[in-house]
Design a protein around this ligand. Sequence first.
Ligand SMILES: Nc1ncnc2c1ncn2[C@@H]1O[C@H](COP(=O)(O)OP(=O)(O)O)[C@@H](O)[C@H]1O
Ligand SMILES: [Mg+2]
Length: 580
Amino acid sequence: MQSIQRVLGSLSTYRWTSLGALVSLLLLTIANAVTPQLFRWGIDQGISKKNLEIVLISAGWMVVTAIARGLFNFGQSYLAEAASQGVAYDLRNKIFSKIQNLSFSYHDQAQTSQLLTRVTSDIEQIRTFVSTSLIQVIGGVVTLVSIAVILLAMSWKLALITLTVVPITGWLMARFVTRNNKLFRQVQEQLSDLNAVLQENLIGIRVVKAFVRESTERSRYTTLNDALIKANMKTISGIRDTFPFIFLLSNLVTLAVFGYGGVEVVGGRFSIGELVAFNSYLALILQPIVLIGFAAPAIAQSAASAERVYEVVDAEIEIRDRPNAIPFHTCGGRITFENVSFRYPGAATEALKEVSFETKPNELIAVLGMTGSGKSTIMNLIARFYDVTRGAIRIDGRDVRDFSLKSLRSRIGIVFQETTLFSGTIRENIAYAKPNASLEEVIRVAKTAQIHDFIISLPNGYETIVGERGVGLSGGQKQRIAIARTLLTDYSILILDDSTSAVDAKTAAQIQAELDGLMRQKACTTFVVAQRISTIKNADRIFLIDKGRLVAQGTHEELMQTSPLYGVILESQVKQKENK
Ligand SMILES: Nc1ncnc2c1ncn2[C@@H]1O[C@H](COP(=O)(O)OP(=O)(O)O)[C@@H](O)[C@H]1O
Ligand SMILES: [Mg+2]
């Protein structure tokens, strides 16, 4: 219920719209309450007394109130809808920018499909709550109270008979909601699970087909779909065994009013008009009870959804600016690791252990090690995608945690091991970090990355649309576009993490040759996770990483002589690729 309160709080941004909806709702209730009185007046003073004028006047007023009801009804639902759209809009933006700000460690553990369900179905649930359930409850309560007062004023005995239905239904509803609360959350979770399988299959459809796992995947999906429908049916059966009671009650009350009221009319203590009016109020009083009843499960469901949405909104951002973060301007080229140890959140062992080194200005460092030895982890720590567990990383003597993240990361050009492209043109992808780059600039970096010739061979050249995640390009082509994308940025530290793994040896050597000059003039320090002998021979220094430790460093010749492990790793990691 706390989360529902927060949703209500978020309405304050749309206070005038919400207030308008509330006023329309009140006016609607008044118009509803007036109508039976017009009936009473028309029957008792007009029809019974054969006074045509009063019949016509009351009919005329009834038309007026009918029109007013239509107007207020429209106003109320339009404004409530507008406010709900606003709340959903804000929440969507909030959760999206939160997802952007959350650290790598959050995304390592979060399930994409869970996040997707929260942004789509959970927020929609909250929106429906604001636009429909909330109005039903407020309108229901206002109607109940005002009509109860009118009924009591008209005939307190008859009113008491009628009103017994209210606490009984209220109790039935409350029981229903508390019983099904858990079930509603479960339904949302199951929807997430279902989406997870769907999403995995959409992304991995090629793998599914290659391994002929279509039927297994289909049955996996169907099993979850079955579970979802079962959970949904459970909630429906909850609704089923509550609502017939309420309808039965309302029917009994109608009969009681007819019986007792009829006796009173025959005895002359109650007029026909009053009985007709009373009966109309009866319909009015039962309607909100049923509406609140329908709203109750929706509210329980929205509360569960709101909880899930706020879970993300409130998630802690682990990597953030320190209070007095300073901008990262120029780089002198001295990057220092001081006894850096690092353990991934939730991991049992440390990925890096006591790593220490210092780079010199304009140095080109090749990093070599077996897969899983910790090369990418070192790169991730420099850009502060994670913070060190122990020790410190400094740039020109300053702890990286002192810099503002934005300035630090925008001066580090990093090409990740895994290439991600966005749907759009090739030019847009290269200019991702610098959207207003001129075509000349884009072409220049594409030439450096050895991808220009390929791009101009395409019918649409730089304007060729690449599919989602770069579908339509080979792995090596994607990697080269990713390199070009990074080269276009304003980096002063360059990190290339296994970024030519899918490029053939000759092209990789060309990229290397092109980069060499560039790196030494533009970047103050360059790290290249190396798989090629040419890169290694070219480097000023080689860092040899083994099981999270920096075990040796030096030039190729030095390491060949001093480190037996170097030869082994060189053999396993590098040679075979050269032969390909
Ligand atoms: N996001 C992560 N969460 C938990 N453990 C990780 C994560 N990324 C890498 N690791 C682990 O850290 C170790 C080093 O990984 P990594 O730096 O990627 O190696 P390399 O780049 O040398 O192949 C490996 O044991 C790997 O399983
Ligand atoms: Mg790696």
